[in-house]
Design a protein. Structure first.
Length: 260
């Protein structure tokens, strides 16, 4: 049976925020469907990656045919470097978590880069039933924890983050995908996500767009700006945090580095 993504809202014809949200949610619905098809392990991971990528590529070709696309699962067409509009997508962020039903800490990322800046972002967490986007910018709740909370990978947290947590009196909160970690700051599940050691533009573009629109601090770990649609798409480190924590986190990294 062929998946039917439905018809996008009429506003999606001219509003990139609406389109990004619809794209992320459509891919999310497709991924939830893939989860019911009886696959396990690597087969489920591969099927999810392929299904979401194919759907997003088809829908972008239909609804924004003149735009360039950079996808984790696609061939990198360097023509994007001369384009003024580039969609940066991660069809399935948190493949491991996706392959372990009923885990909900995986996501779909859809971002739009325009003339040097991220302007649009949507992060769907399909198993959670939520999509965070720049069209309806989320309001970050007041902090509910006395101690700062730092989101970290449940499987491979960077060692230096342990030292950072000790320095600022923080607790570590393990969870899955990079997008889920960044949205956890938006949701007041954590207060910061600090990462070094390997990511690419598609891992962070959409969640950084949403986090920045919501008023959170976003940067490389040394405090310099995050840049997208670069020739080399490797973007190994970043900070997303409540603004009041930014100075202490950046100062720690500048003094101690990320090898601790």
């Amino acid at each position: 049976m062929t998946f039917d993504p439905g018809t996008p809202p009429a506003a999606a014809a001219t509003d990139d925020h609406v389109l990004a949200t619809w794209l992320a949610e459509a891919a999310g619905r497709r991924l939830l469907e893939v989860r019911t098809e009886g696959l396990e392990g690597k087969e489920l991971k591969d099927a999810g990656d392929a299904a979401a990528h194919d759907l997003l590529m088809a829908l972008l070709a239909e609804h924004r045919p003149g735009d360039a696309v950079l996808s984790e699962e696609g061939k990198d067409d360097k023509a994007r470097l001369e384009a003024s509009r580039v969609w940066i997508v991660d069809p399935l962020d948190g493949t491991r978590e996706f392959s372990e039903p009923p885990r909900d800490d995986w996501a779909v990322h859809v971002a739009l880069w325009q003339d040097g800046e991220l302007t649009v972002g949507a992060v769907a967490q399909p198993a959670l039933g939520e999509t965070f986007n720049t069209g309806q910018v989320p309001v970050v709740p007041p902090r509910t924890s006395e101690r700062p909370r730092i989101a970290v990978s449940r499987s491979r947290p960077p060692a230096f983050v342990n030292a950072l947590a000790e320095e600022i009196g923080a607790e570590l909160v393990p969870m899955g995908s990079a997008g889920v970690k960044m949205m956890s700051v938006v949701r007041d599940v954590t207060d910061a996500y600090v990462h070094a050691g390997g990511q690419y533009e598609w891992d962070s573009a959409a969640p950084v767009a949403v986090a920045a629109a919501a008023g959170l601090f976003t940067s490389r770990v040394d405090g310099t700006p995050l840049r997208y649609n670069q020739d080399d798409v490797y973007l190994p480190d970043l900070i997303v945090c409540r603004p009041e924590l930014a100075e202490r986190i950046v100062a720690f990294v500048k003094e101690h580095g990320t090898e601790a």
